[in-house]
Design a protein around this ligand. Structure first.
Ligand SMILES: Cc1cc2nc3c(=O)[nH]c(=O)nc-3n(C[C@H](O)[C@H](O)[C@H](O)COP(=O)(O)OP(=O)(O)OC[C@H]3O[C@@H](n4cnc5c(N)ncnc54)[C@H](O)[C@@H]3O)c2cc1C
Length: 411
């Protein structure tokens, strides 16, 4: 009855569980899936997120399974270098930037939570179908999996909806919200086993979305065969897309056309795409920021609260920051409704700015700028197109808005 009920055992829910447990606040995590399996492809954890995970004692475990990303490197679609900057510790941060398989991250968080809080604190096969509350607590109603016939109700002190972009709780509070906002860009995501390229820990962005853009970065260290697991995303402007589903298989022939002549000295892109283990298709979508997340003893966290287009490597990180802020608020306020209101006050405006900036001026705006100034032609020298100072200003501007400038993290 005194538990905080966490709905959803993804990145946000598990981090919240770990943070609450560390603060001595009892909680339980209810996950829709019958079993938590390592699903997904790559995710980035920027220094503001790794700082929070380090505070939870997780950095050594993550360092073993992630790639410590060293640089961001931007090319045009002719393979010409536009800009490179160091990242994470290589850039002088106290914290690393990690690129990691989402499944590896989720399993590391789950293992840590089960070990620390007890395996019975994660309850699977519990798909939330609604919440109710009164002055003494909250009741969360579950079915056994999506569409399941068996119903149970669990009572707790507060309920935190960490149930991702298809959040059932968000739908309950905002029934008229409508479909997500399609950005006009469709994505094909995959992983390929490939020898290290560039620094071996580079985050590459190349091309521009009207003609095809690629994001490429390694997420697992090379094994005995010398091959890293390398995550990639192809992004193409198109009115054609299919409903969001994290696990929808994609077809290489649907998107390889624009990349067919991308033979660079640092990577043969078509060969790299064709060597993929698997391909998934997902529309680039988000939702308009909400006016509120907290309703007395119930609130939203992570993608349930602020789904954003993945152009700032920031979705998982913002869920992790939410978890820390909410934990502090619950420690500070005995009344859960006051805590949830304080959490919303700290995080809603900050994440709204990021959702909107990800639409207009995320880090890949550098590519748009060069694409427009060169009219999509090769350049003789990048300095003729754009100055180093302008490039740095683009990059630093985003870091400030997303909350991971070096000054902010030192504070
Ligand atoms: C299967 C899957 C694959 C993904 N793959 C990628 C990827 O490759 N790259 C990337 O950048 N991001 C991926 N994401 C999204 C990424 O994890 C989030 O954007 C980010 O980490 C924020 O985390 P979150 O905890 O808010 O949401 P999520 O990590 O999406 O977690 C939501 C959790 O809630 C559970 N859930 C959903 N509905 C209910 C319900 N009604 N009741 C109970 N539990 C529920 C889900 O099963 C999931 O475990 C994926 C998400 C999922 C669910």
């Amino acid at each position: 009855m005194d538990d905080i009920l966490i709905v959803g055992g993804g990145i946000g829910g598990l981090t919240l569980g770990l943070a609450l447990h560390a603060a001595g606040i009892p909680c339980r995590i209810f996950e829709s899936a019958a079993e938590v399996r390592p699903i997904g492809v790559g995710i980035n954890l920027l220094p503001h997120a790794t700082k929070e995970l380090a505070a939870l004692g997780l950095e050594p475990a993550l360092a073993k399974i992630a790639i410590e990303t060293r640089d961001a490197t931007f090319f045009n679609r002719f393979g010409q270098l536009i800009y490179q900057e160091p990242l994470g510790r290589a850039a002088g941060y106290e914290q690393p930037q990690f690129s990691i398989h989402r499944g590896d991250l989720q399993m590391a968080l789950l293992d840590a939570f089960r070990t620390r809080a007890g395996a019975d604190r994660v309850v699977t096969n519990h798909h939330c179908i609604g919440v109710e509350q009164d002055s003494s607590g909250v009741s969360v109603h579950f079915s056994d999996g999506p569409g399941g016939a068996n119903r149970t109700t669990v009572r707790g002190r507060a309920a935190i909806a960490c149930d991702g972009i298809n959040s059932a709780v968000r739908k309950q509070f905002f029934p008229d919200e409508g479909e997500p906002r399609y950005s006009g860009i469709n994505m094909w995501r995959g992983v390929t086993r490939w020898p290290p390229m560039l620094s071996g820990a580079s985050m590459v962005r190349a091309g521009w979305m009207s003609h095809g853009k690629m994001v490429i970065y390694p997420i697992r260290a090379a094994g005995a065969d010398g091959l890293q697991l390398v995550n990639w995303v192809a992004e193409i402007e198109t009115p054609v897309y299919r409903k969001r589903d994290w696990n929808r298989p994609g077809s290489i022939d649907d998107f390889i056309g624009p990349f067919s002549d991308w033979h660079f000295d640092w990577l043969d892109v078509p060969a790299f795409i064709r060597a993929a283990d698997s391909v998934l298709e997902f529309p680039m979508i988000d939702q308009d920021p909400l006016p509120r997340w907290s309703f007395d003893r119930v609130t939203l966290l992570g993608d349930a609260a602020h789904p954003m287009v993945p152009r700032g490597s920031n979705g998982a990180g913002q869920a992790i920051l939410d978890a820390r802020t909410l934990t502090s608020a619950l420690l500070e306020h005995a009344d859960p409704a006051a805590a949830l209101a304080a959490y919303e006050k700290q995080r809603l405006e900050a994440t709204t700015r990021i959702v909107l900036t990800n639409r207009s001026n995320p880090p890949d705006a550098i590519l748009r700028e060069v694409f427009e100034r060169t009219h999509d032609k090769p350049f003789a020298a990048i300095d003729d197109v754009i100055s180093r100072d302008e490039l740095v200003a683009f990059s630093e501007g985003y870091k400030r808005i997303a909350g991971y400038s070096k000054e902010a993290l030192r504070g």
